[in-house]
Design a protein around this ligand. Sequence first.
Ligand code: HPA
Ligand code: ZN
Length: 324
Amino acid sequence: MRDFLKALPKAELHLHIEGTLEPELMMTLADRNGVNLPYGSVEAIRAAYDFHDLQSFLDLYYQGMSVLRSARDFEDLAMDYFRRATAEGVVHVEMHVDPQAHLARGVSLATVMEGLGRARRRAERELDLTSAMILAFLRDRPAEEALDLLERAAPYWESLDAVGLDSAELGHPPAKFAEVFQRAKALGLARVAHAGEEGPPDYILEALDVLDVCRIDHGVRCLEDPTLVERLCEEAMVLTVCPLSNVRLKVVERLEDHPLPAMRDAGLTITLNSDDPAYFGGGLLDNYLACRWAFGWSREVFLDLAGNAIDAAFMSEARRAELR
Ligand code: HPA
Ligand code: ZN
């Protein structure tokens, strides 16, 4: 089964590129850039990854990315991840990027976008790995800041596929970002949003109605609202579920308790994703394998899930045909 799941062409639709920063590279970049980390070793970094909710993770996630300073750092970050992903049978990656977190510490948008852009072009050339880019807004920051970011990103609109919404969910409902998502739509950008990870089903509904999203990131709490589930099924709305993330952030106690099987039984369109692989204990293949162990799913189930991701990906029809 491992060989089968590894060879299966997999698309990763829910990934934060800053969440691919492995402790080894974090140490290397800290040395390169003279950044002081509160850890003495790779082991000490890993030992700190003991989260009790989304916020406790986000605190370390934002601290970790402080080592990223130059375009070369961002290129190294993404290339390192792209190589690991390729080795796991990942053929397409859609990455969220969090520019506000970098702007806030004096790293320019050009630095971020040029570094990641170089890595994307190299990955396509050197690894036959295609990618998409999702400009994410931090929902725990003011909506005006998100609008300002979208306008500042004008030189990069062409290289963007979508806008997204991430960071601390509770208390920051999607409707707060109605205006910026409307602007993104007018620019011809697709829209996705994290909703129903820690937040209530109402946030999922709001993301659909107010932000007009084409995918819901996480969405696991939808099962609490049968009417919402019915609608998500009717619209064949894609949910980008992140099993290992949900365990690490205590959305569920154990993977065996995860609502994934119930979500599939309800007829929802599910994809499997890794979210922040450096922090949550594994990449996309590890997430597939963990589901195999927890749920005993057959090859057919994984073919279906991997197919959902290829179908929902922001990629050319030629590439889609090649991967199907
Ligand atoms: N949820 C919300 N925001 C995030 C996450 C996540 O899992 N990872 C990085 N930003
Ligand atoms: Zn996420």
